[in-house]
Design a protein around this ligand. Structure first.
Ligand SMILES: Cc1cc2nc3c(=O)[nH]c(=O)nc-3n(C[C@H](O)[C@H](O)[C@H](O)COP(=O)(O)OP(=O)(O)OC[C@H]3O[C@@H](n4cnc5c(N)ncnc54)[C@H](O)[C@@H]3O)c2cc1C
Length: 324
């Protein structure tokens, strides 16, 4: 018996959620005494895949069939299932990314396993795989368990830590040829919405809302984000009005994120907005209205005019950097 993770790659590099999944599997392995394997699909150097050894993975199975260089739901699910069956995996851990979410249900069906999606705690292998996941758009926490002896899990992005737990690692080619019918729908081309840091993977997010008054004022938000190495986000109305691109809209009807630091500037904190950001580890709110609902969930709040506060924050960060 063993634990398998789906180590997602992009442009030949491991994505951050792959390390989260590895840390999760490694923690689980310490409870269950099982070995942690990974499957990586597509072009990647062995030296890149070996990095997973730093996070407790002992064997990386590399599926490299030309036909699977681009993501294809059915073919990727079949490949992960083939590796899982070859090592008799009891648990398969995937990141809750677009690709992870797309293939997890197929893998669960193929393995006759239960599926826990968006898990935020370590499952207990001794007790019906007891676990918790966020529910109702992040407003609640759901306790789940299953009678199944096999489990497929997706781990919420930024929902689990990344921690080095080094072990000896082997990278081995895994021979897998997809069925032609599994390649009916493939992603032919990936067009990035922005070159910036991925919103779902960002450690820090600087977000702004209607308090900005207009799109012409966003320069300071981008400058602050650049200084902090952060991704930018926005409230729904600002995307609807065309002030910001739609892929930045967070909330119930937008992207749900859980960064270490979420800075909300000129955003009221409506329940639909909070639904997408309330899992953030630290929330800083800048708003001129002391009664703004966002302050109720803030770890730190600044009551003031954002057009004064944000430039001063930028200057303070620059001064602190210059002095360091
Ligand atoms: C079904 C449904 C789904 C929705 N989904 C989403 C969603 O996914 N995401 C989302 O964001 N919203 C969503 N909404 C909309 C949501 O209800 C709010 O209307 C929206 O979040 C408000 O955006 P805002 O905070 O930018 O604007 P406002 O509510 O207008 O708030 C602007 C804030 O800026 C502050 N402000 C103004 N000027 C300044 C200044 N100079 N300095 C400092 N502060 C200032 C104000 O005090 C105010 O608190 C949804 C609504 C519905 C009905």
């Amino acid at each position: 018996m063993s634990i398998l993770i789906f180590a997602e790659t992009a442009d030949g590099q491991l994505k951050k959620p792959a390390f989260e999944a590895a840390t999760y599997a490694c923690d689980l392995a310490q409870k269950s005494g099982e070995a942690v394997h990974a499957v990586a699909i597509g072009p990647a150097e062995a030296s890149t895949l070996e990095k997973l050894g730093q996070y407790g993975v002992s064997t990386v199975h590399h599926v490299h069939d030309e036909a699977m260089n681009a993501f294809a739901n059915a073919a990727y699910a079949a490949a992960v299932t083939a590796v899982a069956e070859s090592i008799d995996a009891r648990v398969v851990v995937l990141p809750q990314t677009y690709n992870g979410r797309a293939i997890a249900p197929r893998i669960a069906v193929k393995l006759d396993a239960a599926l826990f999606s968006g898990v935020i705690s370590l499952v207990d292998p001794a007790n019906g795989f007891d676990a918790t996941r966020s529910a109702y758009s992040g407003k609640g926490i759901e306790e789940i368990k299953t009678q199944c002896d096999k489990l497929v899990i997706t781990v919420k992005a930024n929902g689990y830590r990344v921690e080095a737990q080094p072990t000896e690692v082997t990278v081995a080619a895994f021979a897998f040829q997809p069925e032609a019918s599994d390649l009916n729908a493939i992603a032919r081309e990936l067009i990035k919405a922005s070159e910036g840091i991925s919103l779902t993977e960002a450690e820090i997010v600087v977000s702004a809302g209607r308090g900005m008054k207009g799109p012409e004022n966003w320069g300071m938000i981008e400058e602050l984000a650049g200084l902090l190495g952060a991704a930018t986000a926005c409230s729904k109305p600002t995307a609807d009005m065309g002030w910001r691109p739609h892929h930045e809209h967070v909330g119930q009807t937008g992207i749900q994120i859980a960064p270490n630091l979420y800075i909300a500037i000129g955003i009221s904190g409506a329940i639909q907005h909070l639904a997408g950001v309330s899992s953030s580890k630290n929330i800083v709110v800048i708003n001129k209205d002391p009664e703004a609902p966002f302050f109720k969930v803030a770890d730190y709040g600044i009551v003031g005019d954002l057009f004064e506060v944000v430039p001063r924050l930028i200057e303070a960060i620059k001064a602190a950097r210059a002095a360091a």
